[in-house]
Design a protein around this ligand. Structure first.
Ligand code: THU
Length: 126
């Protein structure tokens, strides 16, 4: 993605992280996905007292996009200042794979940005 798109997605993800509901882990994450029609959707992680019900920021953003009619996404930024790089978990990688081709992934901890493709993060995705 170009530098301007990266900046926009990162800022949307940064803002979304402020809305994280994460009283159990204390690890706030924001994500922003870019749909192929140009729309951007942001999400945050939403935890639950029944821990396994927790939903990651990436899937919240992705499902917002799909439920709003987006067919494909082309880029995603995941952002957390929680002290470690917020690389998408395996479940999110597979969920993102369903709605993308050649997805560009930008991961940021607020100090450092790492760019990757989904196929690098999820080789041989189903
Ligand atoms: N989490 C995300 O939302 N995205 C990631 O990329 C990594 C992990 C959330 C899930 C849980 O609420 C918290 O971070 C700790 O795992």
């Amino acid at each position: 993605m170009d530098a301007k798109t990266a900046d926009i997605l990162k800022e949307k993800a940064r803002q979304a992280a402020k809305r994280a509901y994460c009283p159990y882990s204390g690890y706030a994450v924001g994500a922003a996905v870019l749909a192929d029609d140009g729309r951007i959707y942001a999400g945050c992680n939403v935890e639950n007292a029944s821990y396994s019900l927790t939903m990651c920021a990436e899937r919240v953003a992705l499902f917002k996009a799909v439920s709003d009619g987006a067919k494909k996404i082309t880029a995603v930024c995941v952002y957390s200042e929680g002290g470690r790089m917020p690389y998408p978990c395996g479940a999110c990688r597979q969920a993102l794979n369903e709605f993308s081709e050649g997805l560009e992934v930008l991961v940021s901890d607020g100090k450092e940005d790492v760019a990757a493709t989904l196929s690098e993060l999820l080789p041989h995705g189903f």
